[in-house]
Design a protein around this ligand. Structure first.
Ligand SMILES: C[S@@+](CC[C@H](N)C(=O)[O-])C[C@H]1O[C@@H](n2cnc3c(N)ncnc32)[C@H](O)[C@@H]1O
Length: 262
């Protein structure tokens, strides 16, 4: 791959990617301080809690400069409940503290490796539709949108202050249609709502003109962050299946999709 473009609407996530790309050493220094301070509180749950909620408040004030804010983003990701990211309508991060003992907060080697990989990546912050401006005739689009919740109560798509509801899933499909007409290749993954309720044909109907592959991908985010460098384990309860859809014209053989999942 000669060049990649990544995009997300979440400004805090994109600030973190940009900081890893351009100021990895500064970021590592701040993370090392946060890690030392947090690990020193091990055994004292009350103080650990105080520390976590104080850092969460600081993050939500959004008063820190770029690297400080990125360090807080990573700190919260490593210490919160299940490594999840969820904000309210005021864009305040509201995930409670997790129960990990001495989680890795400063993974120096990983940050340096990601920083190097990001040197050939253009990092954008905005709606997915803007990515079309960056395509040429040999581009592959991969979409990893907020998953459609598997039930009314398991609503877990609040990565950004505006909800990614069914209308948004449909708008994304229309964008995929447009890409197809322009002869671009694309792949999209989502939760498999049919795996939960066999009468739920939302994605089967929406993407009936394209190729759908169901992949078993039981997972919960960061269920045990010490076990996996990706911060994702393949064990857990969050989703029974993932759904992969790809453009019909060209694209990847099914085997490549399986490798992508692996
Ligand atoms: C399943 S997560 C993917 C996270 C990402 N792949 C990563 O590894 O950091 C879904 C992402 O979609 C983003 N998102 C929601 N609405 C969007 C939109 N209209 N345009 C672009 N990204 C959006 C969310 O902010 C969230 O980060």
């Amino acid at each position: 791959m000669k060049k990649a473009v990544i995009n997300d609407i979440n400004e805090d996530l994109i600030n973190t990617y940009k900081t890893i790309a351009s100021r990895p050493s500064e970021l590592i220094s701040i993370l090392q301080i946060l890690q030392d301070e947090y690990h020193n509180l091990e055994g004292n749950e009350d103080n650990k809690k105080l520390y976590y909620y104080q850092k969460r408040g600081l993050y939500n004030s959004r008063k820190e400069e770029q690297s400080g804010q990125a360090a807080l983003f990573i700190f919260l990701n490593r210490t919160c409940f299940n490594g999840s990211y969820r904000v309210n309508r005021k864009n305040e991060y509201n995930v409670p503290m997790g129960g990990y003992k001495k989680p890795t907060i400063c993974d120096k080697e990983n940050i340096l490796a990601v920083s190097e990989a990001l040197q050939k990546v253009e990092i954008l912050c905005g709606d997915f539709e803007q990515t079309l401006n960056y395509a040429d005739n040999n581009s592959l689009f991969y979409f990893d949108p907020p998953y459609k919740p598997l039930s009314e109560t398991s609503s877990f798509n609040s990565y950004a202050k505006d909800e990614f509801n069914d209308d948004e899933q449909i708008r994304l499909k229309e964008f995929c249609n447009k890409l197809d007409l322009l002869n671009h290749t694309w792949i999209l993954s989502n939760s498999d709502v049919k795996g939960k309720d066999e009468n739920d044909n939302f994605f089967d109907n929406l993407y009936s003109d394209f190729n759908i592959q169901r992949v078993e991908a039981k997972r919960s985010i960061n269920a045990n962050p010490e076990k996996n460098d990706l911060g994702v384990t393949l064990k857990g309860r969050a989703f029974r299946f993932n759904l992969f859809v790809r453009s019909s014209q060209k694209g990847f053989p099914l085997q490549s999709l399986t490798q992508l999942v692996a």
